[in-house]
Design a protein around this ligand. Sequence first.
Ligand SMILES: Nc1nc2c(ncn2[C@@H]2O[C@H](COP(=O)(O)OP(=O)(O)OP(=O)(O)O)[C@@H](O)[C@H]2O)c(=O)[nH]1
Ligand SMILES: [Zn+2]
Length: 212
Amino acid sequence: MNIQTPAAAKAADATRTKPTREEAEAAVRTLLMWAGDNPDREGLIDTPSRVVRSYSEFFCGYDEDPADMLARSFEETDGYDEMVVLRDIRLESHCEHHMVPIIGRAHIAYLPEGRVVGISKLARVMELFSKRLQIQEKLTAQIANTIQDVLKPKGVAVVIEAAHQCMTTRGVHKPGVAMITSRMLGAFRDNSDTRREFMALLGAPRAGGFEG
Ligand SMILES: Nc1nc2c(ncn2[C@@H]2O[C@H](COP(=O)(O)OP(=O)(O)OP(=O)(O)O)[C@@H](O)[C@H]2O)c(=O)[nH]1
Ligand SMILES: [Zn+2]
């Protein structure tokens, strides 16, 4: 295995240039041939460009700064300081080990400290990080850490339940398995009543919804 120190990885990042669209399409063509098919037949002739366009959608989360999503906040809340919970946000990401879908749902909550954000912005933060190659633990932590760092509320909680197609459609082949991760910060970590209230607001686990 090639083990890079964080400093070496950072240096490699700095010198890396993004391949051109043509190079990306050539890579897809190679994969088609490797799979045993003929990339010049009618049905596949446009596939490299379709795949590259699809990947541009799947992986569009690298260029934006998640902090920008939370830049606008509102302070006229008449002192509202109870929990805000966004439940059952559809999540679509890709596993960094196999580049296949992770499909599930996320729940995000925070305890405001003087200001709130437009509620869609929490989903936008999730969306941005999910449009990168991910493992679920990192995705969960990135969402919570960003909201905590930028909005500075009294606490943040993020729970993600998801199915990993690398586990359901290949490899160990275990459909119906959900991976559950959570990241609790501030009051959600320190105060068990706050955590319990959040869990109660999430309600009973809902079956399904991970089929993609
Ligand atoms: N912790 C964690 N593991 C993940 C996630 N997504 C995929 N994996 C796992 O990453 C592991 C990669 O293991 P490897 O042994 O390197 O790859 P592999 O030979 O394809 O493994 P199998 O999936 O068991 O066939 C697998 O166990 C996957 O189930 C994730 O979000 N979090
Ligand atoms: Zn995987």
